[in-house]
Design a protein around this ligand. Structure first.
Ligand code: C2E
Ligand code: MG
Ligand code: MG
Length: 657
């Protein structure tokens, strides 16, 4: 071959490889060898395994040493090599061309198949391309919009300002993104999430605009549904507690700014359970729905009626200038509910009890408004239902639980739910029962036994401690007299007193009356007051305690060691007994501090010639300590738990015999 021709072949941009009839490489030019990443001489002699099919164009994928593949187009022709028949393969590297093709293909696929609508316009705003999703969302076929301006989609919902701002943003940032309302071909208006990008030429002028959008009407619907579910009651469609609280916050903020008041009505249907139980839940639901309608129609537009659940409703009455406005609404509601409800062919009468709380008069937050109106509602129910009542200060701390407790306590006496149990106080030296402490028990019909620590404070707060305390005194004296009448050795009965009882002007007289009535000698009655009671109310109790003393009644200081022992007061009081608080006895086994305190109290009592009783003695070890330190008496589970009158009588009888 001529040298010139040889060079042309060697340097040709396409790869040329000559193979003999067996497919063995006889010659390769530079481009051909480089496709295989080797030098031309290295390739000679190799078997490449090409299909020896002349005239066909095939595509080969050639492995690259870096792990990628190169794509070559190959055409084969028959030729001769050194006189023998051979083949020449012409190879063209089409890798980058193929990649571009693939990318375009992919873009096209994306363009066609994406869920998002795509519109491409030229720099002047004429639509030059839309995808199938565009048609699916807008209803317009490509031929209906090509060449036109996207304005055809305008919903009319946005003003000129909106579009001006949009185009200004695109001009400044090359991009705009946001929610936009458009109109489908069928006229329907729908929300889109839209992203518009400008594509600029080399000089920086926009040549294309590409808008990608998705129909978010479903998202919006779900969002609204969620909002409804979260803020409205499903049965009545009224705002629920969440929305109520939200509106209350707004109403309070508004009232604060304008110096007005907000009323909150808390409404509970009377005997709703009866409707549910006798007519069924469907009727109950229907009643609630109709009550909701009547409530809404008896309030002003700016008032909010909400359902808290069950048969509980609330009404926010904003912009009040005094309490009367809220009462007016309550009266209107009671009136509106007065007409019968027609449920399943029957006339049902539903009344409601309403509690009213006022901001800022009786509550200062949405939470306390609801709570206080609720409490007032319970009081309204107590006072005979079908009425309304304002919340009054002084009940702030009381939860509904407390209310139930209080209401229950009112009836506890008359229903005979109260009783006394008696716990022996034993002389440590001899083991003799020298006294018993009367302890109050309340068996609540639903809640069972309620500990005195829970209901005594309620009785004290509500004044119920007066009649209850009197009952305890009478009962304890009667019982003690009874034991004596049974022939048991006489013992003292200790009765716990509250400071409220002592405040009663004629308390001493009352006690004298009871002793008289029951025939118990005053010597056998002891009263217990806690140390803190005595010390905190020293001045007011001093007189009455001396009065009791003069009658022959003993005084015991309960829970001693926990109060504010002002010893000079102690010496001026007619005290007979100190009861070491149970908490110190409890620690006797391991707490040296408790040991020191108990020891000190015993020593103090002994030096003042007072009887000292250790409370809550449970173990022999504790008893041993007390004996060793010359404590006189002890009380606790080690000797006996509190027992009823009869059980205590048998215990004493066993001890005698
Ligand atoms: P308190 O006067 O200190 O009564 C002693 C309390 O300790 C009683 O509790 C008694 O059951 C309990 N106790 C006795 N021995 C032991 C023991 O070994 N271990 C333990 N862990 N506890 C023991 P209770 O009956 O629950 O009474 C609690 C408080 O309620 C009384 O404390 C008293 O302050 C008050 N209380 C009870 N009855 C009346 C009453 O009729 N009127 C008044 N105003 N308060 C009463
Ligand atoms: Mg006591
Ligand atoms: Mg005590």
């Amino acid at each position: 071959m001529a040298a010139g021709l040889q060079r042309v072949i060697d340097d040709a941009p396409d790869g040329l490889v000559i193979l003999d009839a067996d497919g063995v490489v006889r010659y390769a030019n530079r481009a051909g060898a480089s496709l295989f990443r080797c030098g031309a001489t290295e390739l000679v002699g190799a078997m490449l395994g090409f299909p020896l099919a002349p005239e066909e164009t095939t595509e080969l994928e050639l492995p690259h040493t870096d792990g990628s593949w190169r794509i070559a187009e190959m055409r084969m022709a028959e030729t001769e090599w050194n006189g023998a028949p051979a083949y020449v393969a012409q190879l063209r590297d089409v890798t980058s061309h193929k990649a571009l093709e693939k990318r375009l293909e992919l873009s096209d696929k994306v363009f066609r198949n994406t869920q998002e609508g795509i519109v491409v316009t030229d720099g002047a705003g004429h639509i030059i391309s839309v995808n199938p999703a565009f048609t699916a969302v807008t209803g317009y076929l490509p031929e209906e919009v090509l060449g036109r301006n996207p304005k055809v989609l305008k919903s009319g919902r946005h003003g000129e300002d909106f579009y001006r701002a949009l185009w200004e943003t695109i001009a400044a940032c090359g991009q705009w993104q946001g929610e936009i309302w458009n109109r489908r071909k069928n006229g329907e208006i729908y929300p889109e999430w839209m992203n518009i990008s400008a594509i600029f030429d080399a000089c920086g002028s926009p040549v294309y605009y590409v808008a990608v959008f998705s129909d978010i009407s479903l998202v919006k619907q779900n969002e609204e549904r969620l909002h409804r579910l979260a803020h409205y009651d499903a049965l009545t469609g009224l705002p629920n507690r969440v929305l109520l609280t939200d509106r209350l916050h707004q109403a309070l903020a508004h009232a604060q700014r304008n110096g007005t008041q907000v009323g909150l009505l808390f409404l509970d249907l009377d005997r709703f359970k009866l409707v549910n139980d006798t007519l069924g839940h469907r009727a109950g639901d229907q009643l609630l729905q109709e009550v909701a309608l009547r409530l809404e129609s008896s309030v002003r537009a700016e008032d909010t009626v909400a359902r808290l659940g069950g048969d509980e409703f609330t009404v926010i009455v904003p912009n009040l200038h005094g309490p009367a406005g809220a009462a007016n609404v309550a009266e209107k509601i009671i009136e509106a509910l007065a007409a019968p409800f027609h449920l399943q062919g029957q006339d049902i009468f539903a009344t409601a009890s309403i509690g009213i709380a006022l901001y800022p008069l009786t509550a200062d937050s949405p939470e306390s408004l609801i709570k206080h109106a609720d409490i007032a509602m319970y009081q309204a129910k107590e006072q005979g239902r079908n009425n309304y009542l304002y919340f009054r200060r002084g009940h702030d701390e009381q939860s509904r639980d407390l209310f139930e407790l209080e209401n229950g306590l009112r009836h506890a006496l008359e229903r005979g739910e109260l009783r006394l149990v008696y716990q022996p106080e034993v002389e440590i030296e001899t083991g003799r029962i020298v006294a018993v402490e009367a302890l109050l028990r309340w068996k609540h019909p639903e809640r069972g036994d309620i500990p005195p620590s829970e209901f005594i404070p309620v009785a004290e707060d509500t004044g119920m401690i007066g009649p209850i305390g009197e009952w305890v005194l009478r009962e304890a004296c009667t019982q003690n007299r009874d034991w004596q009448d049974q022939g048991l050795p006489p013992i003292r009965v200790a009765v716990n007193l509250s400071v409220r009882q002592l405040r009663h002007v004629r308390f001493a007289e009352k006690v004298a009356e009871i002793l008289d009535e029951t025939g118990l000698d005053a010597d056998w009655l002891e009263v217990e007051l806690t140390e803190s009671t005595v010390m905190l109310h020293a001045k007011e109790t001093m007189g009455i305690l001396w009065q009791l003393k003069s009658m022959g009644i003993r005084l015991s200081i309960d829970d001693f060691g926990t109060g504010y022992s002002a010893l000079n007061y102690l010496k001026r009081l007619p005290v007979d007994t100190l009861k070491i608080d149970r908490s110190f006895i409890e620690g006797l086994e391991h707490d040296s501090n408790d040991q020191a305190i108990s020891d000190a109290i015993i020593a103090l009592g002994n030096s003042l010639k007072l009887r000292v009783v250790a409370e809550g003695v449970e173990t022999e070890h504790q008893l041993g300590f007390l004996r060793q330190h010359h404590c006189c008496d002890a009380q606790g589970f080690l000797f006996s738990t509190p027992l009823d009158g009869d059980a205590l009588a048998s215990l004493m009888a066993r001890r005698i015999h």
